[in-house]
Design a protein around this ligand. Structure first.
Ligand SMILES: *Cc1c(COP(=O)(O)O)cnc(C)c1O
Length: 325
């Protein structure tokens, strides 16, 4: 079987959002995957348990990955590398002269090597990462490349496992979740949950709220990831694109761009529940869930579980500025 290394604090707790539930007239629960750690926090750590496991198995001494300038995944990778005594190289989409804050600041503290590239260059990220791998190889290093968000077959296994964890917690809590909701950025979290739900013959509906791109794009991405997952497992999956439930319409201005209404919602939620969402993923996803419940789209569901995937370090200056009382 695959070598998995233990990085995350598991299981993460599930709690009921009491006041939000009364406000919405619906039982809404939250799974705190934002508490998988501090430096090693959020959903990416579950994926990295498998990706980095494979890297170590192959005797690699460097991790290379990519993402936006405030990528939670890149920061998590830098932290894991430091923790394991490996080198890290991050290929970040953004301007070198941008303010050094949030995840970017942590990347630097953690000693990551950083290469900044433009959005145009980012389309060739695979090639750019491969060039870095070859340069490192000339210096005697063996690097392991992790794709954006660790969203490939092996990374997604982290959320196949998370689904097992949820099913176990359902038994302990005496609750059955009939809807599970998660933010979708590169698709691996959703794909892992979907696959885990499917192979366990569990009847929950898995919903993803896309924070960029659109529904059709992610239905395709998830379908490919599901196929890739099966190369590591022994259970096949047959799924139509239409069965991949992506709730479109909450990406707002686009990836990592915020609007006042979204930040005001995060503010409302924070005051209501004492839980901080991030502006890029969980804020948009919870805002989407809130609106959809109000619209009646969740009327057939009794117990809804939202996965808090982390991201607290991602807040930037522009987003903070939208918080007005
Ligand atoms: C990456 C990320 C997501 C999205 O997960 P994907 O597997 O990329 O779809 C959600 N929330 C946070 C905080 C993230 O960093």
């Amino acid at each position: 079987m695959l070598k998995r290394i233990k990085l995350a604090n598991l299981p993460t707790k599930i709690e009921k959002l009491d006041r939000l539930s009364s406000e919405l007239g619906k039982n809404v629960y939250i799974k705190r995957d934002d508490q998988t750690g501090i430096e090693l926090s959020g959903n990416k750590i579950r994926k990295l348990e498998f990706s980095v496991g494979e890297a170590l198995e192959n005797n690699c001494d460097y991790l290379i990955t990519c993402g936006g300038i405030q990528s939670n995944h890149a920061r998590a990778t830098a932290a894991v590398a430091a923790k394991l005594g490996l080198g890290s190289y991050l290929v970040l989409r953004g301007d070198e002269n941008e303010e050094i804050e949030g995840n970017l600041f942590l990347d630097k503290l953690l000693g990551a090597n950083i290469k900044f590239i433009t959005s145009e260059e980012y389309k060739n990220r695979t090639k750019i990462m491969d060039e870095i791998r070859m340069q490192l190889s000339k210096k005697g290093h063996k690097a392991y490349i992790i794709p954006e968000g660790a969203s490939n077959g092996i990374g997604s296994l982290g959320y196949v496992n998370a689904m097992d964890e949820i099913l176990e917690q359902e038994k302990q809590l005496g609750i059955k979740f009939d809807a599970i909701v998660v933010a979708v950025g590169s698709g691996g979290t959703y794909a892992g949950l979907y696959y885990g739900n499917y192979i366990n013959s569990n009847l929950a509906k898995i919903y993803g709220v896309n924070v960029c791109n659109n529904k059709e794009h992610f239905q395709e991405v998830v379908r490919n990831l599901l196929e890739e997952i099966t190369t590591y497992t022994d259970k096949q999956i047959v799924v139509n694109k239409e069965e991949i439930n992506i709730i479109d319409g909450y990406q707002g201005l686009g990836y990592a761009l915020s609007q006042t209404e979204e930040i005001q919602f995060i503010h409302h939620f924070a005051k209501l529940e004492g839980i901080i969402l991030d502006p890029v993923y969980t804020g948009k996803a919870m805002y989407g869930l809130f609106n959809e419940i109000n619209k009646g789209s969740f009327n057939m569901h009794e117990n809804v579980l939202f996965i808090h995937t982390g991201g607290i370090f991602g807040w930037n200056k522009a987003q903070r500025a939208l918080l007005c009382n």
